[in-house]
Ligand binder design. Sequence first.
Ligand code: SAM
Length: 392
Amino acid sequence: MPNFHTKTLKPLQYPCTYKETTFTYEARSKRGNTLVMASTQGEQVLIRIQQKEDGVLLVKGDKVTRPTQASFLQKVLIDFRDASEAEEIFSNIEPKKFLHVKHSPYLKEIEFFANHFDAKREIWVEVGFGSGRHLLHQAKKNPHIQFIGLEIHKPSIEQVLKQCELQNIDNILVIDYDARLFMEFLPSNVVGRIFVHFPVPWDKKPHRRVFSAAFIEEALRVLHVNATLELRTDSPLYFEFTFSQMMQLSKADVHVKKNAELEITSKYEDRWRKMEKDIYDVILTNEIEAAPIPKLGRLHFDDGVDFAKIRDAFKDELLRGEGFFVHFEELFEIDEKSGLIRLSFGANERNERCFIQIQEGKVSYLPETILATKSNFSAHTLIKEWFHGICD
Ligand SMILES: C[S@@+](CC[C@H](N)C(=O)[O-])C[C@H]1O[C@@H](n2cnc3c(N)ncnc32)[C@H](O)[C@@H]1O
């Protein structure tokens, strides 16, 4: 992440503009950290100034506001450095130092699936596509199918997008998102096949596996009748675990194969075969048409709150619910009536890091794009109760 270190920053008068960047306000926390709200070319960026033990200030972009291009963050930091006449001790904010996943029309953000994705043709999903050999092979062989590739490893994403470009493959959408939570974003009965090939076995921490009762339930909802959820693994423990999860369904059509050949083998499969390991397939066929679900909206607050009351009651606090949590991390004050709360919340597997902005009593999330997934909604309800507990 771009950042610079300095011993001094000249205070700015807010709001002010320097070159193409506008600095709107500054907010301070009791821990001695500062946030500066900046915007450039229509993008909002929060700058975080952290007081280090040796008196040095670390200035960087806050992770919560992610501009669409890393270069915007660099620009804002350069303008802030110059506007506040900072003398850098260390810096890596000059352009061209950061590599990021290349822009591609096939790389999508979760917002796309929440608000714009229209399932016009049958969808096949591959979870954790890795080198992408299987995904690319299937996409070339089935041009009438819309593929969605889920992966959390950036170099693998980069590699598959490059192959799509080189091989003119236009029926794969790629998303950097945890597969355990992704299915919630798909409509019911639109998917023909879900491939989970050689998932990380997590033999010592089975709760981290992609497969769980909740994952199977969501997978069955998105699969159309006669469509399949397919696990391929070299781990006997993963195989037994998945099979027993499927056997807990009240009715299930499950097929099991050992050492079946596929048309294409992945890098992992090649490795296990060389080691003469057994390979297991577990294939669950969906037999039930699921009810449609509404599109996921965004979370928002209807009621106002009193910032001074919240500020006086605030402490670093962790609240837990079933499968979700809310962590109120730090409160920043802009003035008597306005401030920001930095928090993380949502599913235990994948949480949102964001701010709650309170300005003249009005409450909103920053960024505004927090989606009402099941876990986020439960956490949001807990946040509202917490506000009511303090303000009522
Ligand atoms: C062992 S590799 C297998 C890759 C590929 N399927 C193959 O057969 O070669 C597992 C892959 O799953 C990805 N992965 C792990 N957990 C994931 C999750 N929760 N959601 C999406 N992808 C995940 C990893 O980044 C990794 O690329």
